[in-house]
Design a protein around this ligand. Structure first.
Ligand SMILES: NC(=O)c1ccc[n+]([C@@H]2O[C@H](COP(=O)([O-])OP(=O)(O)OC[C@H]3O[C@@H](n4cnc5c(N)ncnc54)[C@H](OP(=O)(O)O)[C@@H]3O)[C@@H](O)[C@H]2O)c1
Length: 294
């Protein structure tokens, strides 16, 4: 039983985390609109979705006219919850990555979700109720070797959400950033590596044997690691926790998912504390002298 039946719009609903969230929301009694670039494919890959009453819409968030589509859908279905899950990871070294590859990553992981948010906000604002849910990543807070571009896209869209939550908190709209660790979805089969270095394993020769080589090689074969597996996250469990948070309320901005993400986050927080302690005294010393003329 849910207190209130909500109207959800989920991008990337045809697969992985988006699919699990969409199904969990339907199971909890909500109405769910699933956005996909290819409805015919989605009907095949996610038969449960239509079976449980989900409604597919054809929409590619990377297309500029998707703003109008998001706006129309949000009005037509009176959307209460927007989940931005569509995304992919570009894994490649800073030096090895072309500007076009960076732009393509930003188009999907940054501009797409931003368009969706801007288009859906007016409906939520008008009724004084709504949730903006971003499926970010541990990589939205931690940038590892080979993940600079992916992390840049997730850091950037997290910044939008961190800012947005303060802009809309008095207007009845809540914001939730989800930071999953590694989850067992088709995500790793959609990884993209630098095209120019495909013939040498996804990185340029000088990086052989470095942290970049390890990360690219590990990422490409990550789902092949035998039990106990490197990728242990269960997408259906994640989906249910996200729906529970929306239904029961939450008093945080970031929801971390997966023990691997907890460990990585502890390490990052430790390094932030280290830098903070190491530079605090200097930081406290750089204001103008009040006797100094400016
Ligand atoms: N799985 C993980 O380990 C993991 C960890 C941390 C964060 N995440 C994040 O979780 C989100 C969902 O990932 P997932 O694991 O569910 O992956 P997935 O199974 O590959 O699903 C990704 C979805 O994104 C859409 N998509 C992919 N490339 C796109 C493109 N170029 N343009 C537009 N849409 C595109 C696809 O939608 P259509 O093909 O239907 O249009 C697909 O449904 C992503 O934002 C990802 O960064 C995943």
């Amino acid at each position: 039983m849910v207190a209130r039946h909500l109207s959800w719009l989920v991008t990337g609903a045809s697969s992985g985390l988006g699919q699990s969230i969409a199904i969990a929301a339907l199971q909890a009694g909500h109405k769910v609109i699933g956005a996909t670039r290819d409805v015919a494919k989605a009907v095949n890959t996610s038969p449960d979705f239509s079976g449980k009453g989900g409604i597919w819409v054809q929409l590619d968030p990377t297309q500029q006219d998707s703003y109008e589509q998001f706006a129309r859908i949000s009005k037509e279905h009176d959307i209460d919850v927007l989940v931005n899950s569509a995304g992919y990871a570009f894994i490649g070294g800073v030096e090895d990555t072309s500007e076009d590859e960076v732009r393509a990553q930003m188009e999907v992981n940054f501009y797409g979700p931003l368009r969706a948010i801007r288009a859906c906000l007016p409906v939520m604002r008008a009724k004084g109720f709504g949730h903006m849910v971003l499926i970010s990543s541990g990589a939205g807070f931690i940038a590892r070797p080979g993940r600079g571009v992916y992390s840049a896209s997730k850091f950037a869209i997290e910044a939008i959400h961190e800012s947005l939550t303060q802009e809309v908190e008095t207007l009845g709209v809540k914001v939730l950033i989800v930071e999953p660790g590694a989850f067992r979805t088709p995500f790793s089969t959609h990884l993209i590596t630098p095209a120019a270095h495909e013939s040498t394993g996804g990185f340029s020769k000088p990086y052989k044997g470095t942290a970049l080589d390890s990360m690219v090689t590990m990422s490409r074969g990550i789902m092949d690691v035998p039990p106990p597996h490197l990728v242990r996250g269960c997408p259906d469990k994640a989906g249910r926790e996200i729906v529970k948070a929306i239904d029961n309320g939450y008093n945080y901005l970031r929801m971390i998912l997966g023990p691997d993400c907890v460990a990585a986050m502890e390490q990052k927080l430790g390094s932030l504390h280290h830098d903070f302690d190491a530079t605090r005294a200097v930081a406290m010393s750089t204001d103008i002298d009040i006797t100094e003329k400016v």
